[in-house]
Design a protein around this ligand. Structure first.
Ligand SMILES: [Zn+2]
Length: 561
C-alpha cells in the first residue's frame, strides 16, 4: 500500500509526493491454528464449483515463487520486476487467459523515471559525517532535481511558532540552515495544526526569507514516524517518465529529516543541549538561537529512464450482450526491489494478494459455463511509489472503461494468514451496492464485514482500487481480519508494521495460516461471479460522496472530509 506522507511539506509547493503505509504483528508466538471457518453453504452450485477450484496450494506456490530472492523483490524499473511480470504472464497463459496488453501480449509497458541520490551526496557537521537513510534523508520534493552544495551556520527555531507573530524578524533565517521540530507542539492538537497548514506556512516563510536548508527532527511523541521516513528517503524515487516537475517560483532549499540521535550531535556545540531545547520549544517564551556550528550539505542527483509492465489478461464472458462488460480483479505485484544491497521480498505486501488473485483467475479458467460478463485480471506495477500502474491502466485502459462493472482489489500486509479469518474489511463498502453484496457473501463463511478499522489512515485512497474510483467505477479492497474487534486488529497490524512493513524481513513465514488466504480468494471469486452474472452493473450509493460519478469519469474527485 502506498505510504501516507503528510502533504504539508508539499502543500505550499502543491505537488504530489509518493509513498504508502500499513502494518502487522510478529509471528514468533503464533501457533498454526487448524480451524477453518465453516461454510454455511448458501452458495449456489456454480459458486461452490468455483471455490472448489480455488486452490490453496496454488496460492502457496505462487506466493513463494513471487517472494523468492530470485525475483529480487520485484522492483519497478528493475530486472526483478521485469522477471516477475514475465512469470505472471506465463501463468496467465497457462490458465488460458486471453492477452489484454500491448500488441496482443499480456504486458502493458509504462515509461518510468528513477531518481537517486549519488554517493557524493552528504551531510556533515564538523567532523561528524552522517549516514543517508539512517541518520538523515532528503525529503523528495516535486521540483526539478537540482544539485546543491551548501555550507552555512545552523539556527534552531523550535516549531517555528514565532514566525506566526507579525512582528517577528523573519530575515534572521537568511543564509542559515534552519533546524526545526516537525509540528505540532504538544500544546496544539494535530488536527488543528494540520487544518491551519501550519508546517507548510512555516516552510513558505523560511523559503521566501532565504533559508539555505531546512532540517526537520521529529517531535518524539505518538505518531512520530520520522525514523521510518528517513529509511524511505534513502531509497530510489520512482515517477512516470513524463511527470512534470512542479514550478519553483524561487530557489527551493534542500529539506531533510534527521533522527534524534543526529539532532543531539547538531546541538553538541550549542549552549543548550537538544533535550533541553525541545522542552524550551514547547514554551511561549521560546526564541530561536544559533547552534554555533555549520552544516555542510551536498545534494547530487542521478536520474534514468526505463520501463516496467502491468500484466493483464481476460476470460471472455458467455453472454452475447453482457460479455462486452467486465469485472476487473487487481493486485500490485511490485515491491521495493533491491535497495542498498538488500532484497525487499514483499511476501505479505503484496506477493500474497497477487497470488490470491491469480488463484481466482486459475479457478475461473476451469469452470463452465463461464460467467456472463468478462473477467479481467490485472497485476499492476509501480504501486508502492504512487499507484502508478493502476493509474496508468485506468487512464490508458485496454478495455472500454465505461464497460467496467466493478473493481475488486487485494493489497495488504498478510493479516489473512495470521489465523482463521473472522472478519473481512471491504474498503469502499459504504460507497456502493458492492457493500451489500459483500455482506451477503461473507454470511456464507460465517464471518462478518468489519467497517474500516482505521478511517483516519485514509486506506480507501491508498491502493490501486482508488485509480478505478477516480474513473467512476465502484470498487472494493478486501482485507481478511484474524481478530474479532477493530482494536485487537489495529494492535496486531501496528505491531507487525514496526517489524516488517516495507522491510527486507517481509518474507513468507513458516507458520502462515494459508486457509485464511483461501477464504479471501474465495470471497473475491464469489463476489466477482455474482457481479458478472447479475443483470445490472453495481452502482454508487446516493449517500456516497462518489454518488454522482459516471463510469469514464475524468473530473477530479470530491475531497473526503
Ligand atoms: Zn501494498
Amino acid at each position: 500500500m502506498k505510504l501516507h506522507l503528510k502533504s504539508m511539506w508539499q502543500k505550499p509547493f502543491t505537488a504530489l509526493m509518493m509513498f504508502a503505509l500499513m502494518s502487522v504483528p510478529a509471528f514468533a508466538q503464533m501457533k498454526p491454528a487448524k480451524a477453518v471457518p465453516s461454510k454455511i453453504s448458501t452458495l449456489s452450485k456454480a459458486e461452490t464449483a468455483l471455490t472448489n477450484k480455488i486452490s490453496l496450494d496454488s496460492i502457496k506456490t505462487f506466493t513463494k515463487a513471487l517472494a523468492a530472492d530470485e525475483m529480487e523483490g520485484r522492483g519497478t524499473m528493475q530486472p526483478g520486476g521485469d522477471k516477475a511480470a514475465k512469470w505472471i504472464a506465463t501463468q496467465f497463459k497457462s490458465f488460458g487467459l486471453k492477452p489484454l496488453g500491448d500488441k496482443g501480449s499480456y504486458l502493458q509497458s509504462i515509461n518510468f523515471k528513477e531518481t537517486t541520490l549519488t554517493p557524493e551526496t552528504s551531510f556533515q557537521v564538523g567532523e561528524e559525517k552522517f549516514k543517508m537513510g539512517k541518520d538523515y534523508g532528503f525529503i523528495p520534493l516535486p521540483f526539478p532535481k537540482e544539485d546543491k552544495k551548501i555550507s552555512a551556520e545552523m539556527m534552531f527555531i523550535g516549531y517555528g511558532m514565532e514566525f506566526f507573530s507579525k512582528d517577528s524578524d523573519m530575515s534572521k533565517v537568511r543564509g542559515k540552515v534552519v533546524v526545526m521540530i516537525d509540528g505540532p507542539p504538544a500544546s496544539i492538537e494535530k488536527e488543528k495544526w494540520e487544518k491551519a497548514e501550519a508546517n507548510s506556512r512555516i516552510f513558505e516563510i523560511l523559503v521566501i526569507n532565504g533559508a539555505k536548508g531546512i532540517v526537520l527532527v521529529g517531535h518524539g511523541r505518538k505518531g512520530d514516524k520520522t525514523e521510518d521516513y528517513i529509511d524511505y528517503f534513502g531509497r530510489r524515487q520512482i515517477s512516470l517518465a513524463d511527470e512534470k516537475d512542479a514550478f519553483a517560483p524561487i530557489p527551493i532549499p534542500p529539506m531533510m529529516m534527521i533522527s534524534k540521535a543526529t539532532a543531539t550531535k547538531l546541538f553538541a556545540k550549542s549552549e543548550v543541549k537538544f533535550a533541553d531545547a525541545t522542552k524550551q520549544a514547547e514554551t511561549d517564551a521560546f526564541k530561536s538561537f544559533n547552534l554555533n556550528q555549520s552544516a555542510n550539505i551536498v545534494v547530487k542527483y542521478a536520474t534514468k529512464k526505463g520501463t516496467s509492465n502491468n500484466v493483464v489478461g481476460y476470460i471472455e464472458g458467455s453472454d452475447p450482450k453482457l460479455k462486452s462488460e467486465a469485472v476487473i480483479f487487481t493486485a500490485h505485484y511490485d515491491a521495493y526491489g533491491i535497495e542498498n544491497g538488500k532484497i525487499y521480498n514483499g511476501a505479505a505486501d503484496n506477493a500474497l494478494g497477487t497470488s490470491e488473485m491469480m488463484a481466482v483467475a486459475e479457478a475461473f479458467s476451469k469452470i463452465e459455463p463461464k460467467p456472463r460478463r468478462s473477467m479481467i485480471f490485472l497485476a499492476v506495477t509501480g504501486e508502492e511509489y504512487g499507484l502508478y500502474g493502476s493509474k496508468y491502466w485506468a487512464k490508458n485502459p485496454t478495455w472500454n472503461i465505461e464497460k467496467i462493472a466493478a473493481n475488486l482489489n487485494l493489497d495488504g500486509v498478510g493479516t489473512e494468514v495470521f489465523g482463521p479469518v473472522k472478519n473481512i474489511v471491504g474498503y469502499g463498502a459504504e460507497h456502493s451496492t458492492l457493500g451489500n453484496m459483500l455482506a451477503e457473501v461473507t454470511k456464507s463463511y460465517g464471518i462478518k464485514v468489519m467497517p474500516d478499522p482505521r478511517p483516519e489512515e485514509n486506506f480507501f485512497t491508498r491502493s490501486d482500487h482508488y485509480s478505478f474510483v477516480e474513473r467512476g467505477i465502484p470498487a472494493l479492497k478486501l482485507t481478511g481480519v484474524n481478530k474479532e474487534t477493530a482494536k485487537e486488529f489495529n494492535e496486531t497490524v501496528e505491531a507487525w508494521e514496526k517489524l516488517h512493513y516495507h522491510q527486507p524481513s517481509d518474507d513468507v513465514m513458516r507458520n502462515w495460516h494459508w486457509e485464511g488466504a483461501k477464504t479471501v480468494a474465495d470471497i473475491m471469486g464469489i463476489l466477482g461471479l455474482r457481479i458478472a452474472n447479475q443483470e445490472k452493473m453495481p452502482a454508487w450509493l446516493a449517500t456516497s460522496i462518489y454518488g454522482k460519478l459516471k463510469r469514464g469519469n475524468t473530473e477530479p474527485l470530491p475531497e473526503s472530509d
